[in-house]
Ligand binder design. Structure first.
Ligand code: SF4
Length: 327
């Protein structure tokens, strides 16, 4: 039986209207997140990863941003068209988000325990005593002794603050956790601990996770599936091992060739030539064509559609014509 996605994005377009022109941040983006899976959303800075996450929660700042068209289907309901009051019941409750810098999420003048409790009381019909007990339990779950309930964010290290943010995000037992570069602001050893914690909690709470990152090492460690983004769209989407073994899109292949591989001896890394295009002036056709070693005439005029290569692997590239079995 084919699995149904818990969350599905279909043909999403998001623009920002600025004095410099229209920034086409998301362009015909498709994405699927399945129950219990961790999906890595990978791309360089400016690829549109954070805008994708904000669009999933319908939090794109308007103005200057606008969801121009497309659907974000959560359990079949389109969040793009949902009433704000209904959406508020989903945000932070059924879909929760962890941002890159914990300090932007925490209130500096409120104790960490009260911040966890506040989230619980906002979304669940429980009394104060029950919410306090649950907040204490959540501190312990993320490895912080409950005795620290009455301390303030400045009394915690960066890694501990991110643990508090994780506790707040998971306190309502969301079905989907969106983590936007959750370890980027932390040093390397703390990064590993926080990733391990997130992995353990995902299993314990049975949460589906969207892990936004530019780091293929993080993906290798925690993700089941991977979506590669380029210039505002997903250009390849596959089960992790499939993508690492047999990447198909020239950009994905370029990404792997541009990072060190400890299992292979490589004389020199091969960076992808050129730069990510200006989102106010995207190339016609396939947006990767000015940088692609395989570009053909059609690539300059036609944006490739999705081609399913197998059950858990799709790509958008004219090298793989629609409906042709390649694997
Ligand atoms: Fe290269 Fe064409 Fe494929 Fe784009 S569609 S990645 S330009 S071969």
């Amino acid at each position: 039986m084919t699995k149904k996605p818990l969350l599905e994005i279909k043909n999403l377009h998001v623009h920002y209207i600025t004095n410099e022109g229209t920034v086409q941040a998301i362009n015909d983006l498709n994405l699927e997140l399945y129950p219990g899976e961790t999906l890595g959303l990978v791309g360089e800075t400016g690829a549109g990863k954070t805008t994708t996450a904000l669009a999933m929660m319908r939090l794109v700042p308007n103005p200057p941003g606008k969801i121009v068209s497309g659907e974000v289907l959560y359990k079949g309901k389109n969040l793009v068209e949902m009433k704000e009051a209904d959406l508020r019941k989903i945000r932070g409750n059924q879909i929760s988000m962890i941002f890159q810098d914990p300090m932007t999420s925490l209130n500096p003048i409120m104790t960490v325990g009260d911040q966890i409790r506040e989230g619980i009381m906002l979304h669940q019909k429980v009394d104060k005593a029950t919410a306090t007990k649950r907040a204490m339990d959540m501190l312990e779950v993320v490895g912080i002794p409950m005795e620290r309930y009455d301390e303030y964010p400045h009394q915690f290290s960066g890694g501990m603050k991110q643990r508090v943010v994780i506790a707040i995000s998971l306190s309502c037992n969301p079905e989907i956790l969106i983590a936007d570069e959750p370890t980027t602001a932390l040093d390397v050893t703390i990064q590993a601990q926080v990733l391990q914690l997130m992995e353990n909690l995902k299993v314990e709470f049975d949460t589906s996770m969207l892990m936004i990152t530019h780091d293929l090492g993080v993906v290798a460690k925690v993700c089941d599936h991977v979506a590669i983004m380029y210039a505002g769209t997903v250009i390849e989407h596959a089960q992790k091992h499939k993508l690492y073994r047999t990447p198909k899109h020239p950009y994905t292949i370029g990404l792997f060739e541009s990072i060190p591989n400890v299992h292979e001896t490589t004389e020199r890394l091969k960076p992808i030539i050129g730069l990510m295009p200006d989102p106010t002036d995207l190339p016609t056709g396939c947006t990767f064509h000015p940088r692609c070693p395989h570009a053909m005439d059609i690539c300059k005029v036609e944006f490739p559609e999705v081609t399913h290569l197998s059950d858990e692997h799709w790509v958008r590239c004219h090298l793989y014509p629609a409906d042709k079995e390649v694997e």
